[in-house]
Design a protein around this ligand. Structure first.
Ligand code: MN
Length: 424
């Protein structure tokens, strides 16, 4: 393990007195603290295998040092995150960037770090070197059956890798669409895509879920064949009970009311998973909570209310994953910040006085409804999240420990200063 438990203990001891004061103050104002801490302990956010190195834009990439060079090193990095925050206990693989050559060995390595495998992700948005057919004009929507068959076979292969690792879900994000009016027959593209998804769906094991991720634009700029939650829901409903919509926070048109989308998908029993990030303009893939933490809270408020209404387990009822890119920050520090932002917003949502809010709604008391939500949002839940980490063996302040223990320097010394993760 990269960090000794003695290092974490020394870090925690140096901050303990101040933390205890802050936690006592928070505890004095919060009911049901034990329940909240238990829910926080169970709530794990998957780290995607492509987020552990520096990302780039189409203009360039400015790599950092010590980035993981292999799947094994990516697992090691997620293990480090989980050691510090005790909330990153799952990893989500992207195929073909991270093909496990020896699944049993990879599974055992992950287990040694206390990690399990979350959803596996397919890739038909770029061509691989040895590939026969090109996805330039789409994959499952393609006019050529040979291209569609290649994309279907790839997704089935991804399922096979996932089964070997103990994953239970497949996320399908298609870049299919068109860049210009007239390029595509929308109805035929939808139909071909549906037929392809049906073949993939038929290959799912009984206890698996299939997540249909939508995106409003990019890389196609005129139409996307899975462009919004309506299209995603159409596919999911037509496919069957194992198919669900997946919401990526960055995949909407500006000012979309994501919290309302979440509420309705949940009510339909068709929300399957979530990709967290934040954005100012488009699919910016910024650190969760860095731009609009109030929106994040409002989304979590709908998630908690909607899952409670359906009797769902918060931790296991949906697939939770970060999907972000780190262009200027250390990827591991960025991921620590993202996971903490998610935990903060989740805890705030747990503090909402649901009964009082419903009463305000039923009596059209708009002012009180706003007060209830903002009281929860303006509660500083950081000491509660820190207490959860402390009780579960993590660090009170993960980023501070990461820096003080010079963990990036240690990784760079072992891996080198000019490394790049696969897929970046
Ligand atoms: Mn995504």
């Amino acid at each position: 393990m990269p960090v000794s438990s003695a290092t974490i203990e020394a870090h925690n001891n140096s901050l303990l007195k101040e933390h205890q004061q802050r936690f006592a103050a928070a505890a004095s104002m919060v009911n049901g603290m034990d329940t909240i801490l238990q829910k926080l302990k169970e709530f794990q956010v998957a780290i995607p295998s492509w987020a552990l190195g520096t990302g780039g834009t189409r203009f360039g990439r400015f790599g950092g040092g010590g980035e993981p060079r292999s799947l094994e090193e990516k697992i090691e990095d997620v293990g480090l995150l989980h050691q510090l925050n005790r909330a990153s206990g799952t990893i989500s693989l992207h195929i073909p960037w991270d093909i496990p050559e020896d699944a049993a060995r990879i599974k055992a390595l992950a287990a040694a770090y206390g990690l399990q495998f979350d959803a596996v992700n397919s890739n038909t948005f770029q061509d691989q070197p040895a590939q026969q057919q090109s996805y330039k004009f789409g994959s499952l929507q393609h006019v050529d059956k040979a291209v569609r068959q290649q994309a279907i076979a790839h997704n089935i292969e991804v399922i096979r890798h996932g089964v070997a690792l103990g994953s239970k879900s497949l996320t399908v994000w298609l870049s299919d669409g068109s860049c210009f009016p007239g390029q595509l027959n929308f109805r035929k593209a939808f139909q071909r895509t549906l037929e392809g998804l049906r073949e993939i769906y038929a290959a799912l094991p009984d206890d698996w879920k299939m997540f249909i991720e939508y995106k409003a634009y990019e890389p196609n700029f005129y139409s996307m064949t899975v462009g919004d939650w309506g299209q995603s829901l159409l596919y999911a409903n037509k496919l069957g009970p194992k198919a669900y919509s997946l919401v990526d926070l960055g995949h909407h048109l500006p000012n979309a009311n994501i919290q309302q989308i979440v509420a309705l998908l949940l009510a339909e029993g068709k929300l399957g998973g979530f990709h967290f990030n934040d954005s100012k303009y488009g699919d910016d893939d910024l650190t969760v909570g860095s731009i609009d933490p109030y929106q994040l809270f409002l989304i979590f408020n709908e998630l908690v209310e909607g899952m409670d209404a359906r009797g769902m387990n918060h931790a296991s009822g949906l697939g939770w994953m970060i999907d972000a890119s780190h262009n200027v920050k250390d990827p591991l520090e960025d991921l620590l910040q993202s996971v903490e932002a998610i935990q903060i917003a989740y805890t705030q949502a747990l503090l909402v006085d649901t009964k009082a809010l419903q009463a305000a709604q039923e009596s059209n008391d708009v002012v009180t409804a706003q007060e209830i939500l903002q009281n929860a949002f303006r509660t500083d839940t950081r000491p509660i999240v820190a207490e959860s980490r402390l009780r579960n063996g993590g660090a009170l302040r993960p980023v501070q420990l990461f820096r003080n223990a010079e963990l990036r320097a240690a990784l760079t010394a072992r891996r080198g200063s000019k490394t790049a993760a696969t897929g970046l």
